[in-house]
Design a protein around this ligand. Structure first.
Ligand code: PLP
Length: 416
């Protein structure tokens, strides 16, 4: 598809998202907070309503029509997710989100880590990929090591080469930064982890909505992500693991469904992946998640990457014209997804967010659950605009217009 066709194609996609039709503070809503959570197309919303109105019942247990239908639909999604990322069905564990997936990994690999071992993350991680490892270190006496960043917000491979060594047991890094938008050189990092026999984990929360993921090609041990950032419902996450790596993982949640047999004193566990899914899963949302995957595939991941690349290039050009603005992260559009963190001198990010909200523009302000990264840049907070497939060039123009007059609005005290 050439550029003009691509732009027209994606403009039409907006009508699939009912929430985008509304006005906020008298303006057409411009939703630039997709990194936090994306909006949902009608097909996803319809699926949720259909489940609760037609076949709501528990899965894996009941021998009755509704339960069989729910089980069939629920289990079909496992295969769908596997195909979506080029894994196998028995390598997909459903969780309630990226955070829980990472906690399952930190807990489930704890028996593989002892005093003196090292766990490597990077300076740009989300708290979900920091705190579980800090906790694991506290319990085992292992040390947490950081891959530092280059000046333009990329992983410094020299630093990676230094910190990943024969003491490393686990390397866990973001595929795409939720603050800087950096698309990380994950293959280099995975290779390094392999060289020293360490587990490699990718936090794909910010990558999956923007690009085609092939876990076989990446060759990582584990890949984790959340449905709600990819136009799917909240409360569903994925923990992909190579089957042999899942064999090394111990369950951290115990109870119904994850067992094979329970005796008075001990139990045996169900097979992989079910032994990692204790209790009633989030049935309705898992089933609706399939609709989001279908939506992404029908739109075409390559089209999405290309279109968002076009928006990224345009955004970077336009934002460079705003005075007194610092943009964090890579300057080269090729190195980043459509996630942009910035500050305007003299205006706190919370105030900037309020100014934009006056014009119906939703961004995020704060530390973005990445306090060590904020410290790295010596700031306490930034503004973050994160774009999705329904955003447009015209929306970027409106956004830049407001940024350009933000100082005068702020000086007049006309924020709310
Ligand atoms: C890179 C990254 N990792 C992890 C998370 C946590 O995701 P969730 O809140 O869906 O568990 C986020 C959410 O913003 C994120 O951006």
């Amino acid at each position: 598809m050439d550029e003009n066709k691509l732009i027209t194609f994606f403009k039409k996609k907006r009508k699939d998202f009912p929430i985008l039709k509304q006005k906020v503070k008298g303006h057409d809503l411009i939703y630039f907070d997709n990194g936090a959570t994306s909006q949902k197309p009608q097909v996803v919303i319809d699926s949720l309503v259909e489940y609760y109105t037609k076949y709501n019942s528990n899965v894996h247990r009941g021998i009755h029509t509704l339960s069989e239908e729910a089980t069939l639909k629920f289990e079909a999604v496992r295969g769908r997710v596997a195909k979506f990322i080029s894994g196998n069905e028995d390598e997909i564990v459903f969780t309630n989100g990226t955070t829980q997936s990472l906690n399952f990994l930190a807990g489930g690999l704890s028996h593989k880590v002892t005093k003196g071992d090292e766990i490597v993350i990077s300076r740009m991680e989300h708290h979900a990929n920091i705190v579980p490892w800090q906790e694991l270190c506290k319990r085992t006496g292992a040390k947490l090591k950081y891959i530092e960043l280059t000046d333009d917000g990329r992983l410094d491979l020299k630093s990676a080469n230094k910190v990943i060594n024969d003491k490393t047991r686990i390397v866990s890094i973001a595929h795409v930064s939720n603050v800087l938008g950096t698309v990380n050189q994950v293959k280099d990092i995975i290779k390094l982890a392999k060289k020293f026999g360490a587990y490699s984990i990718l936090d794909g929360a910010q990558a999956v909505p923007h690009m085609k993921i092939n876990v076989r090609d990446l060759d990582c041990d584990f890949y984790v992500f959340s449905a709600h950032k990819m136009y799917g419902p909240t409360g569903v996450g994925v923990l992909y693991g190579k089957y042999s790596s899942l064999e090394d993982l111990e369950p951290v949640n115990f109870g119904g469904s994850m067992i094979y047999e329970v005796f008075g004193e001990e139990s045996t566990y169900n097979k992989i992946p079910f032994k990692f899914e204790a209790g009633t899963p989030n049935i309705a949302d898992v089933i609706a998640f399939e609709k989001a995957i279908n939506y992404l595939e029908e739109t075409g991941l390559d089209n999405i990457t290309k279109y968002e690349g076009l928006l990224t290039k345009y955004f970077l050009e336009k934002i460079s014209q705003v005075e007194d603005l610092t943009l964090y992260g890579p300057k080269n559009p090729k190195d980043r997804a459509a996630v942009f963190s910035f500050n305007i001198e003299g205006i706190h990010s919370h105030d900037m967010s309020s100014i934009l909200d006056k014009f119906g523009i939703a961004i995020r302000a704060g530390h973005h659950c990445a306090m060590p990264l904020m410290a790295n840049y010596n700031v306490s907070a930034t503004c973050r605009a994160s774009l999705g497939l329904y955003n447009t060039i015209e929306e970027i123009d409106k956004f830049i217009e407001v940024l350009k007059k933000a100082k005068s609005i702020y000086e007049k005290g006309d924020i709310f």
